[in-house]
Design a protein around this ligand. Sequence first.
Ligand SMILES: [Zn+2]
Length: 115
Amino acid sequence: MQCERLIKQIKGWYFHVSNETMAPARMVSFIEKHAAECSICLADPDLQKEIERITEIILPESKIPKAVRMQQEQDELERRAADDDDEENDDEDDNDEDDDDIEDDEDDDDIIEDD
Ligand SMILES: [Zn+2]
């Protein structure tokens, strides 16, 4: 990889991918878009191979055909639906209403008769 700009961009994209704020497929398409437009990248004979390697790293499931992948996802969903463990919310009502409103009302029974 000879293009400094692409290296920098890849680092930035990879940061997002590892933080799951960007889809790996998106990163691959960004790399390919840059490579198709950049004169340095177009002249780089090893770039396509390196892009493939990066793709394999960030997008391992790209090796699996999409139909197979979708079937696996389907199976996974069905399995999850099957053992639907009754996770009841353990929301114990801890609302001890401690309304200790001790009113300090001093009843002054001093009725001052004002004549
Ligand atoms: Zn470039």
